[in-house]
Design a protein around this ligand. Structure first.
Ligand code: NDP
Length: 500
């Protein structure tokens, strides 16, 4: 089945995807296979090979050859841009199909998945411009006898490890920028959600990407992911996932070849709401920020830090908003909140909700699983009377669980917002521009939203402060991360001798 009609029904049988090396799909053959069940419907939807370390070596070798013989990095920016533009067009053309498999494996609403896929097409189109405009620098101020050049060169073979929460989006926040820089790629998607990465590999080949420049190896994190982090012939690794695994990746890189790392890790992101905000807008934004993608979002606004004078009223406004959000079958166009993606994550979220109750936080809404007849669903949950020491105020829950921490002064709001090991994202809601700017300057976060949340596109970079990661993805900064710079001194005319 290659193209899906707009009629959203479940597949009659799970689709075999294989994996992807050197421009071609490789069937599972005698390899063990992981059968992914839809977390919303409990039926098998995809069959994905459990690749071996030998398969990973084969993919790295293909990417290595493709990089070293310059079949991609040696092309002009114009030629690379043409491939990226074509890829964007093909993603648009196959958006329904990609969204369908994303929804089946991840459990997110189909309308949301479609929006993400179209946003991804835009990233290829944007990055095509960067392929043409990426350049170095020159120094004409070194005196008449010397000229300096700084050139940008692609880092080499880049590994990408992606999580299950935004399988296609997170991949596409990296791939077009990496390709724009001239690097070649080996991807390991989360075993839970490999399908759309494999569709992307096919699309890139169809768009004219030379063989070997995009490879996808499937399998578990503890085998293939760990082997990628340790692999001596991978020059750079972009890892997105938990801070705990990020730490292991750093250790593995240190033990092997000191590969360059990009890390996008966890978050416990503040939503700072002042009494002078447009509270109606802020309540809608806070509800969106915690329930979008069922809170399985590294940039979820999971800590509501609200001015005490409006705290109770505002909590009720957010509760009322969430009560109107449509939770249900993600294949239904009207659904806004879908299923929890993995069984492990479902258990984790439910255990944090129980922890919040035990810690004495006040349950304002939600508080447990939702029975939809099939699949795994959790009701959006708000806890009031939360204190800074509570586990639910500190740990990344990665689910639709909002904790409320009131404040009295601007300085106190900033202190609470910064009282976390993380620094991924933050939002501030106020009509006072001075307050908005003070909070934006003093709260430590790689992404900031003023009177909005979770906004984004291909232009602005992503990444975290503190234990939320290293480096930036997307935008011109994202392309530059995948380059290294070389300084060139050029002597003009006769050398002044060292030995007379
Ligand atoms: P992980 O960090 O375990 O998984 C993220 C990616 O890393 C997946 O592709 C996974 O593969 C892979 N991986 C797992 N172990 C290793 C390893 N030893 N070496 C290299 N790669 C590895 O996240 P989980 O999926 O287990 O989720 C746990 C928690 O992580 C969540 O509750 C949430 O707090 C956080 N998280 C944060 C994300 C973010 O966007 N910042 C995204 C996902 C999770 P596989 O899935 O195939 O095992």
């Amino acid at each position: 089945m290659d193209q899906i009609s707009t009629r959203q029904s479940l597949p009659a049988e799970p689709r075999d995807f294989g994996f992807y090396v050197d421009g071609a799909r490789v069937p599972a053959a005698e390899r063990a296979v992981f059968i992914r069940h839809s977390p919303a419907h409990d039926v098998p939807v995809t069959r994905i090979p459990k690749c071996t370390e030998g398969d990973l070596d084969m993919a790295v070798d293909a990417a290595r050859r493709a990089f070293d013989d310059r079949r991609w990095s040696g092309l002009s920016g114009q030629a690379r841009a043409a491939v990226l533009l074509k890829a964007g067009a093909l993603i648009r053309a196959r958006a329904e199909e990609i969204a369908y498999w994303e929804t089946l494996e991840n459990g997110k609403p189909i309308a949301q998945a479609r929006g993400e896929v179209l946003g991804c097409a835009d990233m290829y189109e944007y990055a095509s411009g960067l392929a043409r405009s990426l350049h170095g620098d020159s120094f004409n101020n070194l005196g008449d006898g010397m000229m300096g050049l700084v050139t940008r060169e692609p880092v080499g073979v880049v590994g990408i490890i992606t999580p299950w929460n935004f399988p296609f989006l997170i991949l596409c926040e990296r791939v077009p920028y990496i390709l724009a820089s001239g690097c070649t790629i080996v991807v390991k998607p989360s075993e839970m959600t490999s399908a759309t990465s494999l569709i992307l590999a096919q699309i890139l080949t169809e768009a004219g990407l030379p063989d070997g420049c995009m490879n996808v190896v499937t399998g578990s994190g503890s085998t293939i992911g760990q082997a990628m982090a340790e692999h001596p012939r991978i020059d750079m690794l972009s890892f997105t996932g938990s801070t705990a695994v990020g730490r292991r990746v750093v250790e593995a890189a240190g033990r092997s070849n000191f590969k360059k790392l990009g890390l996008e890790l966890g978050g416990k992101n503040p939503q700072v709401v002042f009494a002078d905000a447009d509270l109606e807008d802020a309540a809608d934004g806070v509800a969106f920020g915690i329930a979008f993608n069922t809170g399985q979002c590294c940039v979820s606004g999971s800590r509501l830090i609200v001015e005490r004078s409006v705290a109770d009223r505002f909590a009720e406004m957010v509760r009322d908003k969430l009560a109107k959000a449509v939770t249900g079958d993600p294949l239904d166009e009207a659904t806004q909140i879908g299923a929890i993606t993995t069984e492990a994550q479902n258990r984790t979220i439910l255990s944090y909700i129980e922890k919040g109750k035990e810690e004495g936080a006040r349950l304002i809404c939600g508080g447990g699983a939702l029975d939809m007849g099939q699949g795994q669903y959790i009701a959006p949950t708000i806890f009031g009377d939360v204190t800074a020491e509570m586990v639910i105020a500190r740990d990344e829950i990665f689910g639709p669980v909002l904790t409320i921490l009131p404040f009295d002064t601007l300085d106190e709001a900033i202190a609470i917002a910064n009282d976390t090991d993380y620094g991924l994202a933050a939002s501030v809601w106020t009509k006072d521009i001075d307050k908005a700017l003070v909070v934006t300057r003093r709260v430590q976060a790689g992404r900031f939203w003023v009177n909005c949340t979770l906004a984004g596109g291909p232009e602005l970079p992503l990444g975290g402060f503190k234990q939320s990661g290293w480096g930036r993805e997307a935008g011109k900064y994202g392309v530059e991360e995948y380059t290294q710079i070389k300084s060139v001194h050029i002597e003009i005319g006769k050398r002044r001798p060292w030995i007379a």
